[in-house]
Ligand binder design. Sequence first.
Ligand SMILES: Cc1cc2nc3c(=O)[nH]c(=O)nc-3n(C[C@H](O)[C@H](O)[C@H](O)COP(=O)(O)O)c2cc1C
Ligand code: SF4
Length: 463
Amino acid sequence: MPRPVPPEDDIASFYHHADPARERFCLGLACFVARRRNPDRWAKACAGIPREYCFGRCYAGPASNLDAALPQVVVDASEPVLLGDNIADPYSALRRARALSAESLIALVESSGLRGRGGAGYPTARKLSAVHKEPAGLKYVVANADEGDPGAFSDRVLMLRHPHRLIEGMAIAAHATGASSGIIYIREEYPHTLAVLEAALAEARRLGALGAGFDITLVQGRGSYVCGEETAMLNSIEGLRPSVRVRPPFPTSCGLHGRPTLVNNVETLATLPWIVERGGAAFRALGFSSSRGTKLVSLNSLFNRPGLYEVEFGVTLRRLCEDLGGGLRTGPVRGIVVGGPLAGVVPPELLDTPFGFEELREIGASVGHGGLVAFDDDTSIRELLEHVVAFAAYESCGQCAPCRYGAARMERLLKSDRLTREEWDDTVSALAHTSLCGLGGGLAEFAQSLSRHYPREISACFA
Ligand SMILES: Cc1cc2nc3c(=O)[nH]c(=O)nc-3n(C[C@H](O)[C@H](O)[C@H](O)COP(=O)(O)O)c2cc1C
Ligand code: SF4
């Protein structure tokens, strides 16, 4: 049963929509840790209404939405999967895929070991298969281009440099699932990227890659971090209040407009053409353990060499931070927020941890969206905690009590110096065990990683 769409005014009030033409300043985590590099910009970010939590320019923080420079892009893998310029014929992988049966195509993706790059690392072939197995009829492929994690700019750069890889990946996924309609949900903070995608879609139609059987439309977000969560995103596309949906049912069986829907991250989808072209074994040969292939990693502006790096899974955090990033320009690393603010903080003594889904989990961090936000002694653990708690409270969709009340309460208690250990333990435990989505759960993970790695600094936060 389709749900009635509420009046536009009711919905608009959910979003932090802002004027894209006006200069705005970023309040995101990467700009926060770099705030002393440009106090004037940071003051403007703090005074900005609405709050703006990321423009994908973390390599140049504190950033403005009008900063035009792109980051340096470096491939540090035996072969580039995503950032190489080596594809002569942009839609050859799609032709190859369309010559295969859907079952063979899904088996090929399964043999590659590809896991989703949007955060959870879910096996991509399993999702393709679930949508494929749904009865024939209207099905959707949705590319999640919301890239809300402050600290990550990989999807933005990937779409600007190689928009056809995303489009081709979506068309390949459509062939595997039987989908006839595609949507790219792109965040409002990336207007230039939207224009690049519009031009690429027109070109893809001209080349015959889109049109008959499968086409893609663009939907622009309106400023809300939680819309990156797949079910909130589906509600947003439908014009509903973008709260998180209770699962099951999962989008693979009951997604957009109640139809089977494949939701994948931009990087996940953009990887498919390479896998089809080169084979599952070639992809599996890259990376390590149960994290195969390459990953885009974003390094923030405090590094001597900030930018976007394509690396193989298994590279250590030390290589990323010291050899590739060149260490921090402002002094020793105090910690690194790995995988987004709602993941975990890694202290310097754990830099030899390899970059992999399970390996980072073991130390209380996450691959997340591949953002590495290193901070120095200019940022205390308390300041970091206050910043992330305020971010989570601001972006909470309000659908479930532990996050709606818990994040806001923690923010208030921290500000007023009335946070007790008991309150902290109760709130973190409620967030960890009862949140409906990864926003509340991620805040708990962040808090737990601080307790684990910085116990003295956290104890000092208690009244
Ligand atoms: C609060 C929240 C925000 C999220 N934001 C994003 C995002 O910006 N981009 C993204 O691809 N996935 C995001 N995700 C994960 C998506 O819900 C979903 O798992 C992902 O798009 C699936 O794609 P994948 O299988 O290719 O990783 C977010 C999840 C949560 C809980
Ligand atoms: S955890 Fe937070 S963002 Fe997620 S559903 Fe609950 S209130 Fe919404």
